[in-house]
Design a protein around this ligand. Structure first.
Ligand SMILES: C[S@@+](CC[C@H](N)C(=O)[O-])C[C@H]1O[C@@H](n2cnc3c(N)ncnc32)[C@H](O)[C@@H]1O
Length: 315
């Protein structure tokens, strides 16, 4: 087995994200995806002594990194909470927070998660096929593959991995399971996928799409994102900013559609003579990493950051 890397995570688009987020240095901000605090630390350095940052991560190792050892965030303006950003309204409510000045979501997995073979996120390392960000709940990818039928597996691999050979991969996985040798590790999954995917995309491991699909499914990433965006709308103060960094088209499509929908004024068909209801967001734009950032951090290549500002209209 290969060794895990150093446990570092290089934040993507951090300067652009912090610039877009901070409208009031004395305000209250939420980092819904703490990771290793790349954005959080830089955000704190931009806030005044009156500012406050509430961080969230669904991964216990991220929470541990923020609270213990050399990586600890030792700052009275900071706190971190183990939950999903989909549930941030009640979590913040418990802290007496109902409104915030800005909210950041830097989606997907962190480098320490990918680089730890025990987490099962990567085909680059052999390890148990887990893939859960929150290992305290839910079903691992291996457990899903141990119970799902061909139809369900095909659906997941096709819809979340955009894999043309989804049916072939699913059939191969079920055949292997039925022969008494179910897939339990990342290397076994890679091997099965490599045998089922008939065309090769240049520079891409054939297992890339299937790994992405299982990760999205196991962590209900798209549903969580929808809920997180609705929560953001509820929490943001007028003038407050929503900043979301996505790493694949399925996520970005959800963010883009949400911002577009909430940036339109709504005509109520039941009240045809009433004024249309004004929009709750104003889209402020879309940012991609510079060539220099992509050269320095290849992981940033697929990143897209979208920014929106909350209007005065009630949620
Ligand atoms: C790309 S990393 C964030 C990196 C971070 N911005 C940094 O610079 O260190 C994504 C993090 O978000 C967490 N995460 C993903 N989905 C989440 C969710 N629905 N709720 C809370 N945390 C989530 C993951 O566990 C991971 O630690």
């Amino acid at each position: 087995m290969q060794q895990a890397a150093s446990g570092q995570h290089t934040p993507v688009l951090w300067r652009e994200a912090v610039d877009a987020l901070v409208t009031d240095p004395g305000g209250l901000y939420v980092d819904g995806t703490f990771g290793r605090g790349g954005h959080a630390r830089r955000l704190l350095s931009r806030l005044s002594p009156a500012g406050r940052l509430v961080a969230i991560d669904r991964d216990l190792q991220a929470v541990a990194a923020a609270t213990t050892g050399a990586t600890r965030v030792d700052d009275p303006r900071f706190s971190i909470h183990h939950t999903s950003f989909a549930h941030m309204v009640p979590t913040l409510g418990d802290l007496g927070v109902t409104k915030v000045h800005g909210l950041l979501l830097d989606l997907g997995v962190s480098s320490p998660q990918i680089d730890d073979p025990e987490r099962g996120f990567s085909f680059r390392f052999d390890g148990p096929l887990d893939m859960r960000m929150d290992t305290t709940r839910g079903e691992s990818a291996a457990d899903f593959l141990a119970r799902a039928d061909v139809r369900k597996m095909t659906e997941v691999i096709r819809d979340y991995g955009e894999e043309r050979f989804a049916l072939q991969v699913a059939k191969a996985l079920v055949a292997r399971r039925e022969s008494g040798n179910p897939v339990r590790t990342t290397a076994q999954l890679s091997e099965v996928v490599a045998g089922a995917v008939k065309t090769r995309e240049p520079g891409q491991n054939p297992a890339t799409r299937t790994f992405q699909a299982l990760r999205i499914f196991v962590n209900a990433e798209l549903e969580e994102l929808e809920q997180g965006l609705s929560a953001a709308l509820e929490l943001l103060l007028p003038g407050g900013r929503l900043v979301v960094i996505s790493f694949h088209s399925l996520e970005d499509r959800i963010v883009k559609t949400f911002i577009a929908r909430e940036s339109k004024s709504v005509f109520d068909r039941r009240a045809p003579f009433a004024e249309p209801k004004p929009s709750r967001l104003v889209a402020l734009g879309r940012v991609k990493p510079s060539d220099a950032e992509v050269d320095a951090n290849p992981r940033s290549r697929s990143a897209v950051m979208r920014v929106a500002e909350r209007t005065e209209v009630a949620a």
